[in-house]
Design a protein around this ligand. Sequence first.
Ligand code: C2E
Ligand code: CA
Ligand code: CA
Length: 911
Amino acid sequence: MGWTIAKGGAAATGAASEVDLTVTNSQPQRNPIRALILCGVFLISAIAVGTSMMIYGFRERALQSSMRELENTVLLLARHFDQQFDDFALVQQDIINQLNLGMITSPQDFKREMSSEDAHQMLKNKIGALSYMGNLTLLDSEGNLINWSLGWPAPKANLADRGYFQALKSNTAPDQKYLEAVHSRMSGRWTTLLSRRLVGRSGEFLGVVSRGIEPATFEKFFESLSLGKDATIVMMHGDGTLLARYPHLESMIGQNFRSGPMFQLMLSKGGRATARFIAPTDGVERLGASLQLANFPIVLLATNSVSAALSDWREQTRLMIGVATLSVVLIGSILFLIVQRLLRQRRASERRISLEKESLDTAINAMSQGLVLFDSENRLVVCNQSYTAMYGLSPDVVKRGLSLGELLQHHKDTGSLQADVDEHCALVLDRVASEKVQIASVGDGRWVQITHQKAVNGGWVATHEDITERRKAEEKIAHLAHFDTLTDLPNRVLFREQLELELKRIRRSGQLAVLYIDIDEFKSINDSLGHPVGDELLKTVAARLRHCVRETDFVSRLGGDEFAIVQTLVQRPEDVTDLISRIYSVIREPYECLGHQLSTDASIGVALAPQDGADLDELLKNADLAMYGAKADGRRTYRFFEQDMDARIKTRRMLEQDLRKMTADGGFTEGGFDIHYQPLVNLRDNEVSGCEALLRWRHPVRGMISPAEFIPIAEESGLISQLGEWVLTKACAEAATWPKNIKLAVNVSPVQFRNHAFALKVASTLAESGLPASRLELEITEAVLIRDDEVALTVLHQLRAVGVRVALDDFGTGYSSLSYLQRFPFDKIKIDRSFVNDIVESDGSCAIIQAVVNIAAARNMTTTAEGVETELQRDLLRRLGCTEMQGYLFSPARPAAEVVALFGDQRPAAA
Ligand code: C2E
Ligand code: CA
Ligand code: CA
């Protein structure tokens, strides 16, 4: 995403609150526990339903089988009793046959014949064979009991009122047989009577033979079937009268149950029925099967209570329920254990996930980069605090589910997006597609690097990193690589690059100048006043240089005290010299560095392109050479490159080597050194007042070499100390031989003043030579004082204390000299040759010399004019009030032997 933040984006929300970082699947996960529980419930229900169905099925089967059993029972009983009753009919037929009724012609005969003891015996025999048949009774045609099997004679009784008798007598009973339950008048018990009509030969009614069976007989048989405790077996007459019942219930015998449900059902079903019903007698639900005998009006009914029929089933049910319950409990417990374990696992994994989520949250929010994660539909999934803070977004708005468009709209609303939302949306998606890294500039000077990356699920991630600091650092590094830290000027690298460009520019036409500027005496300022002062001086020099060039020119610092200027658009040599004079005028201005008053100067070398070298390195080398040329020519000046400069520099190097050789063994070998003396003449009386010792070097190869050439080399290489010492010793020894009024002036290099023991050395030299201190004059330049050097000042005061005079040499050469007069009370000022040179010219230095003379007089100093070559100059100087003069007019420097002649008739010191 690339937004331009308008202002204060990052600072807007300091407290970006927690953003929803929940990373969950959008689809609800299937719950295995619920599925498991559902399975368990289903299984248990299945067991319950299955068990119930089985129980129900078993119940029905139990009832059916019980019913079948009852059916079978009645069938069996029916067969049995059909058989029995048939047997009985046969027995009656047999009896009838034995009675030989064919012989009996009247009922009276029958009564007589049958009431005999034989007849009784016969009946008894018959019963004896078939004990189950009960007793046999014979009634005559009047219904009188005439004989029976129970005993003889039979008791008197008339049974003509009995139904069976009447039915048989009137012959209305089918098959001449009749079955009936009667309440016996003899035994007082209910008996089932099977009676048969007896007829004579001609078919007349003779009487009735009855067979009486007591219920107990049937019931005993019923019992033998052992149907079960709740089972009942009932034998009824076809008219509904109960004949026998097992278990025996006296009260029910003889009752009519014709209206009973079973009986009715049986009647409706044609003599055979099976049903479940509520027993009218006890209200118990029962199963029953009834059947009517085929040949007799007898109905058999077997019942069992439903509850008894189901007793096995109940056992079974109990077992099944037990098993089912056990299974349910087992399944339930296993499920419970599994679910519990799953829940534990799930809780643990939830805890782990939440922990992971928390650490992810922390990690994401701890990121310094802003992070946004979108899903494949460009809806926000994750956004960290750095992101909202970076753009000053509201965490209440930036929430999960926010669309890219809405987010950008919020950016726009809060001021961190300027572009059109839709256009920017398309732009972002384009960058996502190409996974571009983009650096966006931010309104308040911040920079954000945005990286887009596609995610596996079709979504994408953008990280926003505030790279402002990094860019600043990079810029700083780039600046450091091209700019000098101290002065903030372009450094050597940038200088070369720029110069290269400029050289290309002038390839066809035009010219440029390269100026190498070296600050004179900088090293000694740095060494004596410390680096902070030196740095301050360089900074000021840099600032001043920058101000004196045009816009097309540029200044750089090449290192140390070396600066360079590329002057472009150079047309005439004056353009360069104008710049140089501007440079000198600004450089020579006084400096105020950390409380130190300083002044400085510079040596400038100039090389012009293309004439001094069109190639960069050559040009630079030549500018450098020119600068060295300026240095060699006494510094404080500039030099244009000249072709022989190279040679001159080489010579200088060689001289330095030669100088070194002379001091290589530690001691000083005089070699070609000599001292010449130049007289100083009093302007009032024209008398020689003293001599200046001037060093001479006769080089074995190069001949005479000017001290102006080799002294700077000796100073730079540090050899000046030994050389200066030698000069002092030798000159003092020489001067000691001179007349007493002739003073000796010796030049001392600023380098010698850095030595604390210099005054001591001077004192010991004087003592050694015997020259009085008052006759020695040391000439120092302003350079000694330029650095505000405490050591130099101390040494000067020590010298003064010894009695040695001190002269300020070369006064007026560039420095704001007057200020130095304040620092040390000199004895003499030596006005530089350059002033004396043009003293006679109209706009010359006359006024300056006059001023110097006045100042000197005011401070009790004498003045010496140097380099006086003409009488005109001498006369003018005399008029101006100068004390002394020195110059070729009177005498150049001469060897010691020669100079003595100039002292006139004055007596030598020794004399
Ligand atoms: P300086 O101290 O200014 O010495 C005067 C220089 O001016 C001498 O040059 C001298 O020969 C020259 N001179 C004198 N009168 C005239 C004149 O009328 N016209 C012209 N054009 N020049 C004149 P020299 O001997 O070449 O010395 C040059 C400089 O070398 C001296 O300048 C001095 O600063 C330095 N120097 C010479 N000897 C010594 C020395 O022993 N120690 C130190 N430290 N510096 C020395
Ligand atoms: Ca001098
Ligand atoms: Ca001088």
